[in-house]
Design a protein around this ligand. Structure first.
Ligand code: PBG
Length: 324
């Protein structure tokens, strides 16, 4: 049976019909809002990310409460410390900016799921994601710091810790440290599949984390590789990851699809800064419609197999779906 008997357009005639056959729904319940928590006193808009702010701890807690009231279930926190050093020791300081923000947000909205990004690039004076030996990041020395960081973040109230430094063995190290520290119930969302991507550019302005020399290709993945993504995901799953994250999202829809089909863990996707900024820029020029482009992009990420999405549009999605 084919045309003229088959006419897919019959079910596209009205919005009611389209809604009946819609396969992918996008709502606030699977969105995670990123926060850049700063040790400065003032809020600062990120130049390359209009609508995104670096926030002091108290302002972050207020903003989280607002998002929680809109129905956003989760926040992921990045810290901008006042001081940086060679090892990035601010990351495991119990009084560090993310630790303080975790406590403040927990108080302001007790029910929100709090995710703490665990990486060192925002805390090191050289901007790389771990301890340097020469010009390379020392994997195992970084794992020792990651252990301390995981426990400190869990102690401050993180429900989920999210290692994003792409060190080998990072999930096993964190799982072991969390269990030993009495945090067997703290989950790990592993940035298992993180490509060395140009789309992180605006984030590095937001998080003040650009590497002082070189790039991250010695630890993040080559965008040319897909089979390696499955290997990374499988390894992190076997080390005890609870959620596998793929990043970036838009240029990795095939990877999200493959990981979600091959593994039985929930898959998260990071709709990264560059994916946000390029739509913002084009919208400002009047070249495309921000709302439609963002919703299409997020729906595609979901359709590819992500069960949750980290996105800078989290609050906007609530507003758009609410019809305003
Ligand atoms: C830290 C980290 C980065 C992002 C999330 N965690 C930047 C990087 O690896 O350079 C990027 C997120 C975004 O672009 O929105 N390692």
């Amino acid at each position: 049976m084919a045309f003229p008997a088959e006419r897919p357009r019959r079910l596209r005639r009205t919005e009611a019909l389209r809604s009946l056959i819609r396969e992918t729904g996008l709502g606030p319940s699977n969105l995670i809002a990123p926060f850049f928590v700063s040790e400065r006193e003032d809020r600062r808009e990120v130049g390359s990310m209009p609508g995104v702010f670096q926030l002091p701890v108290e302002a972050a807690a207020e903003e989280a409460a607002r998002l929680c009231a809109l129905g956003i279930p989760a926040a992921i926190l990045f810290g901008i410390p006042a001081r940086k050093d060679a090892e990035g020791s601010g990351a495991w300081d119990d009084d560090g900016v993310v630790q303080r923000a975790l406590r403040a947000i927990r108080k302001a909205c007790p029910d929100m799921a709090l995710i703490a990004d665990a990486c060192f690039c925002e805390y090191t004076d050289h901007g790389h994601c771990g301890v340097l030996r020469g010009r390379e990041v020392d994997n195992d020395a970084t794992l020792a710091n990651l252990r301390k960081t995981a426990v400190s973040l869990a102690r401050a109230g993180a429900d989920i810790v999210a290692p994003s430094c792409m060190m080998d063995g990072m999930v096993a190290a964190m799982r072991e440290a969390l269990n030993a520290g009495g945090f067997a119930g703290t989950a790990i969302m592993s940035y298992a599949v993180k490509y060395a991507s140009a789309f992180y550019g605006p984030f590095r302005e937001a998080a003040e984390s650009a590497p002082a020399f070189g790039d991250r290709r010695g630890y993040q993945m080559d965008p040319a590789n897909a089979r390696e993504a499955l290997r990374e995901a499988r390894l992190d799953a076997s080390e005890g990851a609870d959620i596998i994250l793929v990043k970036p999202a838009l240029s990795c829809l095939d990877i999200i699809y493959a990981v979600s089909r091959r593994l039985d863990l929930p898959v998260a996707a990071y709709n990264v800064s560059g994916e946000y900024s390029m739509i913002k820029a084009a919208a400002r020029l009047g070249w495309l419609d921000e709302r439609k482009a963002a919703m299409e992009m997020l729906t595609a990420i979901k359709r590819a197999g992500a069960s949750m999405i980290i996105t800078y549009w989290a609050a906007d999605v609530c507003r758009w779906l609410g019809g305003t």
